[in-house]
Ligand binder design. Structure first.
Ligand code: CA
Length: 597
């Protein structure tokens, strides 16, 4: 699409754009090149590598001050709550998911609704951390998204009619689905939420056209994988890193977005906490919890894994996205991946084999470990800062309470970072906070919370929690930072225009200089932003879009922080921006040939 377009005179761009409709919709080749295609936003992460980098530069450091709204669209209804969704854009349509398992198709030129689908949710769904959804996937003429009752649904992009509807798992056992599915090689890959209920995490791959299950790979050591209905080998070795039967309800849920590297044919899934939270019940590393797990898309088998927090005792879910990038080090290009983990360390691994290349803090206060040993790849724990085992003699049988930083809400949580190949920097939406945490006795019961821990989130600094940080993956240095009063919970977009866009819970979408962090533009969207911005071009004009609507885990679980930010109002809308122009093509609703301007 845009690869060929870039070779053609701009007069022909309309004809090229129209030629999509005659084709078979979004292809595997389109998805492989989605990081370069600028005429749409074909996947979560602006490409399966997850860099969230737009090669567009029409909006740049010189003119971003002239950015104005093109349109805004309200999700409406009484169902507001957290809006963590990244829109996808294809062929003049924006597909955007919203709280309570809704999806809308919107005309990108006018902002008019084309269709909407509201999934009928049963009573008794159990999403741990708000009724969010992080976005949809595109394949062929389908748009595919998951629901809070753990269904995966494919709709016709043109009509909004359901083409297939597959049950991922039993919501009554605590399963739900909140992330954006990932499509590669004709397979739609999904994880599962519910690590707080002792579900067993896994990655499922389905035929994207039909929804039929092809393979499933559990992310708790000891569980059997399947391919086409046949056994496909156990993940790891039963009882190697888990005592007794604990692996049977071992958690390691795969609840955030995956990335995929076409060069190595690996899908990278992050895994959540081992269950229950009390680490004393499960001596050992508890593979593959709190890890990056690399799975071969053809075989459905684990090729490598790297565990960020072995024997986690702080709910440091390792689900944060593993962003593929090529790192220059000592004159050599390393096929690398970067991950800003909830535990406060930024990790760089070789994405071909998982070997740890670098690890350094990206937050200022880390209590649970002194550092990460680059030789062994393991953390250097501070033993006294692990919450103690439950004490039979104490009130409520509580174990020794500790103050831990980061808090379980993480140095970074679901909010995705961006990587710019222009600056070779990661832009990390980080948070500085801690928690008081203690362990209590707990037993597994289907559909009941399986934590065995109590906690209160605490602030560390008077004047800020959030900090957008430009992080150098080679040196570990933070090149610049912008602090923010409320915790950052939206994502980041970097562009070839030298810009970094990010949203704040205070409601602002901001553009800053990627090199210096200098603020160049901001706009108040009316409610807090907890979703990542995107960019694309149509009819020669570059657009920026972001979903706005305060919510997510912070107001529900944030303790003292939730009280501090309880003045923030809910909402639910998508905002689209363009450069101000007297000769706008975007408002008329008609397709105007580029030559007329
Ligand atoms: Ca968790």
């Amino acid at each position: 699409m845009s690869r060929s377009k870039s070779l053609l005179p701009s007069l022909l761009s309309l004809a090229v754009a129209l030629s999509f409709t005659a084709q078979a919709g979004v292809t595997d080749a389109d998805l492989v090149n989605a990081n370069k295609i600028t005429t749409g936003v074909l996947s979560a992460g602006l490409g399966s590598q997850g860099q969230r980098f737009s090669p567009l530069a029409k909006i740049n450091t010189n003119n971003v001050a002239g950015l104005v709204p093109a349109w805004s669209f309200s999700f409406g209804g009484e169902k507001q709550r957290g809006q963590e969704s990244q829109p996808v854009v294809y062929n003049g349509k924006m597909f955007v998911t919203a709280s309570y398992s809704r999806i809308f198709a919107i005309d990108t030129k006018t902002g008019n609704q084309l269709w909407k689908y509201e999934h009928r949710l049963p009573d008794g769904i159990m999403p741990c951390c708000d009724v969010v959804n992080r976005g949809a996937a595109l394949y062929g003429d389908l748009v595919i998204f998951g629901t809070l009752d753990a269904h995966l649904i494919a709709l016709d992009q043109n009509t909004g009619k359901v083409v297939w509807d597959e049950k991922l798992d039993d919501y009554k056992a605590g399963h739900s689905y909140t992330s954006a599915p990932l499509v590669a090689k004709g397979l739609v890959m999904t994880g599962i939420s519910g690590g707080e209920f002792g579900v067993v995490g896994r990655v499922d791959a389905r035929d994207a056209k039909t929804g039929k299950l092809v393979w499933t790979r559990p992310t708790v050591e000891g569980h059997m994988g399947f391919m086409n209905g046949k056994e496909n080998g156990i993940s790891g070795e039963t009882n190697k890193s888990w005592p007794g039967d604990m692996w049977k309800t071992g958690g390691a849920s795969t609840w955030n977005n995956f990335t995929y590297d076409p060069e190595t044919n690996l899908v990278f899934a992050g895994t959540g906490n081992p269950a229950p939270w009390n680490s004393h019940t499960r001596e050992g590393d508890n593979l593959y919890s709190c890890s990056t797990v690399a799975i071969n898309v053809d075989t459905g088998k684990i090729v490598w894994s790297y565990q960020n927090t072995p024997n986690d005792g702080w709910d440091f879910d390792g689900v944060n996205e593993f962003v593929n990038f090529d790192m220059m080090k000592d004159g050599k290009v390393i096929k690398a991946g970067g991950k800003a983990d909830r535990n406060g360390f930024f990790y760089v691994n070789d994405r071909t084999n998982g070997k740890l290349i670098n690890a350094f803090p990206f937050v200022k206060k880390i209590t649970w470990a002194k550092g990460v040993n680059l030789e062994s790849g393991r953390p250097e724990y501070v033993a006294e800062n692990r919450p103690g085992t439950p004490n039979e003699a104490a009130e409520g049988k509580k174990g020794q309470m500790v103050f831990a930083a980061p808090s379980f809400l993480g140095g970074k949580n679901q909010q995705p970072m961006a990587y710019s190949p222009d600056t070779s920097l990661f832009y990390v939406p980080a948070n500085e906070w801690g928690m008081e945490i203690w362990n209590e006795p707990v037993g597994y019961k289907k559909g009941a919370a399986y934590l065995g821990a109590g906690f209160t989130i605490k602030t560390i600094n008077e004047n800020y929690i959030g900090a957008l940080r430009a992080v150098n993956p080679v040196t570990g240095k933070t090149e610049w930072e912008i602090t923010n009063n409320a915790p950052l919970w939206g994502g980041v977009l970097a562009t070839h225009g030298g810009l970094v866009f990010y949203g704040t819970p205070e409601g602002f979408l901001k553009a800053v200089d990627a090199k210096s962090g200098k603020e160049l533009w901001k706009f108040q969207t009316g409610t807090g932003i907890v979703a990542p911005p995107v960019s694309w071009e149509e009819n020669g004009q570059q657009y920026i879009a972001v979903v706005s609507g305060w919510g997510g885990a912070v107001p529900l679980w944030g303790g003292d922080v939730a009280k501090k930010v309880n003045y923030l109002n809910q909402g639910g809308s998508v905002w689209v921006f363009k450069l101000f122009s007297n000769q706008s093509t975007a408002d008329s609703g008609a397709i105007v040939p580029v030559a007329a301007h």
